[in-house]
Design a protein around this ligand. Structure first.
Ligand code: ADP
Ligand code: MG
Length: 259
């Protein structure tokens, strides 16, 4: 494997996050079965599938909050399968959670600031970064409120701001737009593009809003009962019969009479 360090204008090389033949069982439940998944920097990959499909488990396994029963997780071809989450975070893996994981007693600004400090950012820069991210997420006017008082949608956005405070190379977002209003979803799509284009991160986006997924993703990976059902561009996924049946619950051209 060649070292491409010199070609990346000072950045860490290029960066692929990969799950290779990953399985995860919980007692009798096959949450993931031999899943191959790959994410490059500068792309947004949608991860979709019905509830219980294994989406959160895959994000957990990629970020070190859980570990596969078999298979490997690789970062730039390095085997990181056994690495704990904090070690992966230092190498640029950042995530949001389906719920919680904010510091409720701290202000909105402090929530972002302490996360930046936690990855070694200096105090002045951490404050500057926090203010920049709160503006990006439309939370600037909430900066001095305790996080516990945020409405649901704003709490989601704060989770995203905190994940971005780590200056991630890869950002894995578990239903970050759930509960956002329609207008907020459109703004959120711009945030995702910003993360890809300006922060130059690779993004995994889990969401049940298929419109958002088709709009913002470069590629889409469909899980169903722990297995990969389909992978492709938004156009390919939209045209995929198996996806229509399993995920959208209808046959194409069946006039809504799902079986
Ligand atoms: N910690 C756990 N213990 C036992 N079963 C789990 C655990 N986490 C997930 N599962 C099971 O694994 C399957 C996949 O769950 P999950 O990854 O949360 O799906 P999704 O995020 O797609 O809704 C489900 O059947 C779920 O009940
Ligand atoms: Mg989930």
């Amino acid at each position: 494997m060649g070292d491409t360090r010199s070609s990346t204008n000072g950045r860490r090389p290029g960066a692929t996050l990969r799950a290779a033949t990953v399985s995860r069982q919980f007692d009798g439940v096959h949450a993931l079965e031999e899943v191959d998944f790959e994410l490059a920097r500068h792309e947004v990959v949608g991860l979709i599938g019905p509830n219980g499909a294994g989406k959160t488990t895959l994000v957990n396994v990629l970020t070190g909050f859980d570990f596969p029963t078999s298979g490997r997780v690789e970062l730039d071809d390095e085997d990181i399968t056994a690495w704990p989450a904090h070690r992966r975070a230092r190498r640029g893996l950042s995530r949001t959670f389906q719920q919680g994981h904010l510091f409720p007693g701290l202000t909105v600004q402090e929530n972002v600031e302490v996360t930046a400090l936690g990855v070694g950012t200096g105090a002045v820069e951490a404050r500057r970064r926090a203010d920049e991210l709160l503006s990006l997420l439309g939370l600037a006017d909430q900066a001095f409120r305790p996080a516990s008082l945020l409405p649901h949608g704003d709490a989601r956005k704060l989770g995203v701001a905190r994940a971005l405070a780590m200056r991630p190379a890869f950002m894995l977002m578990d239903e970050p737009a759930a509960g956002l209003h329609e207008g907020e979803v459109a703004e959120f799509a711009d945030v995702v593009r910003h993360v890809r284009d300006e922060q130059e991160a690779g993004v995994v986006l889990i969401d049940h809003n298929i419109g958002l997924i088709l709009d913002v993703c470069d590629r889409i990976h469909v899980l169903d009962e722990g297995r990969t059902l389909a992978e492709g561009t938004p156009a390919e996924i939209r045209a995929n019969e198996a996806v229509s049946v399993a995920y959208l619950g209808r046959r194409r051209g069946a006039g809504g009479s799902a079986t």
